[in-house]
Design a protein around this ligand. Sequence first.
Ligand code: ZN
Length: 190
Amino acid sequence: MIRKIVHIGNPALRQVAETVDSDAIHSAEIQTLIDDLIETMRDANGAGLAATQIAVHKRICVIEVKKNPRYPYKPDIPLTVLINPKVNFLTKDRINVFEGCLSVPNMRGKVDRCPEILIEALDRKGKKLSFTSKGISAGTFQHELDHLDGLIYTDRMSDSSSLTTLEEFAEHYEDDFKRQVISIVDLYGS
Ligand code: ZN
């Protein structure tokens, strides 16, 4: 079922989500929630969606990038379901890239992200996942994990003057952003 995505200003986005009990992962409630997150993310052409964004306070998020029309330059990420995810930064380097969010309609802003991370989580079968992610994709994962802690990308902006509407982004920043993404993909492989 497609669920309603809440927008910035809704207190639900500021709530820290609760850890999912591993015994509950196989329940119909959690499995349906995961299906709904995937369906809602795809319907909205999102690169990811956290349960927080549909006002459900459980530590679950889904990520998928497949020739995304909202983010045509993003490297593909296969559908990934993360339950109780944890992130470890593997480098002190940071990349400063534009992000958008389904909960912040029509806006983009530049955020510092770690370009090499290790993610540990459970998948929808309760199996342990451990994988590294780099470059632009690493930023996508950090964005979704932040939602589970009640954080929005605007909280991560070191310079709020980069905040822009999509229309102004297309006119003033998109060309540079495309070049930047290509150079990050060259450097980090994703
Ligand atoms: Zn978001």
